[in-house]
Design a protein around this ligand. Structure first.
Ligand SMILES: [Zn+2]
Length: 205
């Protein structure tokens, strides 16, 4: 907002009032002139957002400014819960990485609240025991870790993450979809125990 007297751009807001249109009282930092301006505040619109958490999903509404841009990977707050945008569906039915909010049909997101759920498979030479555990999102799993889970003690051989399959190194629980492992030997001592983290039994085949 330029000062009408000296055209200087830097100024201080003294007072604002109003909701959809704001009346602002401004003081110029250069010449001290005090003037009023009226600013239009854009109205927020309701957007449909589908939030997935583990295997469930929930439909909600979020109020956003139509002229703003959203991007996959951005974090939004919906009913006090942090969610990360995973996909944006526009009004033409396309999935796009980035969009003006006014062109959006549905925002797809995943909840960042609560623990991460990770699948663990232990391969007993053909017979595979699969289970799911819930751990802190920033829990670090490393290939080679020796882990106890119920009666089983296993060694992590590889991990399937959201983006790739890894055979060495580490990954955060929130990035991991499944951990593949083999039973540990009797000499191996486990480094941590996930028994209390088991959330459901999958199949034993
Ligand atoms: Zn001025």
């Amino acid at each position: 907002m330029k000062c009408p007297v000296c055209n200087f751009e830097s100024n201080e807001i003294l007072k604002t009032k109003g909701k959809n249109t704001k009346e602002v009282l401004i003081k110029c930092k250069e010449c001290g002139n005090i003037f009023r301006e009226t600013i239009k505040v854009p109205k927020r619109i309701d957007c449909r957002i589908i939030i997935s958490k583990f295997s469930q999903s929930e439909k909600k509404q979020i109020k956003l400014y139509p002229d703003e841009i959203l991007q996959v990977g951005e974090v939004l707050i919906v009913d006090d819960e942090e969610v990360e945008i995973t996909s944006l569906e526009n009004k033409r039915g396309g999935r796009v990485p980035k969009s003006h909010i006014s062109e959006l049909e549905t925002i797809w997101a995943t909840s960042l609240a609560g623990p991460a759920r990770v699948g663990i498979s232990i391969d007993y030479g053909g017979r595979v025991l699969s289970q799911k555990v819930e751990v802190e999102r920033d829990f670090l799993f490393t290939v080679g870790d020796v882990v106890k889970m119920g009666k089983a003690v296993f060694r992590i051989k590889s991990m399937k993450t959201i983006t790739s399959k890894i055979r060495k190194g580490s990954a955060l629980a929130e990035q991991i979809k499944r951990i593949y492992s083999r039973p540990a030997t009797h000499k191996d001592k486990f480094q941590y125990d996930l028994t209390s983290k088991i959330v459901e039994n999958e199949n034993v085949d």
